[in-house]
Write a protein of this length. Sequence first.
Length: 171
Amino acid sequence: MFRLISHAYLKDKSIIDDNVDMKKLNPTIEDVQLLKIKPLLGTNLYDLIVTQASTATLSANNKILLDEHILRIMTNYIVSESTDILKYRFMNKGVFSKSPENAQNTDLKELQYLSDKYKNIAESYADSMVHYIKSDTSKYPAYLTNSGIDKVKPRGAYDCDIYLPEYYGED
């Protein structure tokens, strides 16, 4: 799977330290891309951006969307989703908490706070991106062309247990 965000970008633009083994974050990066970004863009626009990015043929509009919106969203979701991954190690003898010698271990409440903080930032960026796309859909015609059972239609930026049809542009 082609990843839209590079390890170098993630380390440069987030609080993730240079000494983090990025291989441990690859599954999280892919999950964020498929479970957070794809539903925001819809299948057709998502597939178009991934294809163009993987072949270095991004259109000007898609480059703006990737550079100014998608990468910011991904960075914050990855930080949010990786707080527990960076704290715990799954080994053949069980699950262990790892901490450097002169550091204090964080508790689950602190991890949840950090996770929520970066999720909120990611959702704010996502909301901004959805409004940006909807403000001129002529720049992103693939955003509106998702039909069929195998296609993900674009959704709003916030996870919500209540369905609000007017939020999704439905009557």
